[in-house]
Design a protein around this ligand. Structure first.
Ligand code: S3P
Length: 177
């Protein structure tokens, strides 16, 4: 199986649905944010605060290089919400990977992320309007990178995982025939 890279805005369910999907497909689950945290030895807000966003992005690209080189067996990989904004990251995902975009409205996202403090880019932007504005700038990048697009509004993560599995299977059988 190819690696499945889940991309999309913060709070669209990449991690929660990704974990369920990895169980359904019986493959490992990986999370680029967790890999960065493990490598840096500090939490994401601390990396942003102490090193700045650019340094975080360099660490993120390093993780995608490592995944493209070492993770060849097939895994579900949840990607940070900014990962698909860098062309280099997307090119690394496409090396042996399928890119799946998860979508949700800014209202849904707000309801999922409000009250959290682990996403530095949402600090000072914790409103439906603030999320919508940031999301509009990012959607063209997600759309360009995506091989498949899966909606998540009003769905439980197990249902999203099942929908991803079905869409991946359909796409692969179409490509095989
Ligand atoms: C970011 C999203 C976060 C994390 C970092 C930056 C972004 O990941 O990588 O805070 O730029 O959208 P999640 O999408 O998993 O929250």
């Amino acid at each position: 199986m190819k690696n499945i890279y889940l991309i999309g805005f913060m709070g669209c369910g990449k991690t929660s649905s990704g974990k369920k999907l990895s169980k359904l497909l019986k493959v490992p689950f990986l999370d680029t944010d967790q890999m960065i945290v493990a490598q840096a030895g500090k939490k994401i807000p601390d990396i942003f605060l102490e090193e700045g966003e650019e340094a975080f992005r360099r660490r993120e690209t390093e993780v995608f290089r490592k995944l493209a080189e070492e993770q060849k067996e097939g895994a579900v990989i949840s990607c940070g919400g900014g990962a698909a904004l860098r062309e280099e990251n997307v090119a690394l995902m496409k090396q042996g990977g399928l890119v799946v975009m998860l979508t949700a409205s800014s209202k849904t996202i707000y309801n999922r992320v409000k009250g959290g403090h682990n996403r530095p880019l949402l600090e000072g932007r914790m409103s439906v309007e603030g999320i919508e504005e940031l999301m509009q700038g990012r959607l063209p990048f997600y759309e360009k990178a995506a091989d498949l697009k899966i909606p998540t509004d009003r769905l439980r993560c197990i249902q999203v995982a099942k929908n991803i599995a079905k869409a991946v299977k359909t796409r692969e059988s179409r490509l095989d025939s």
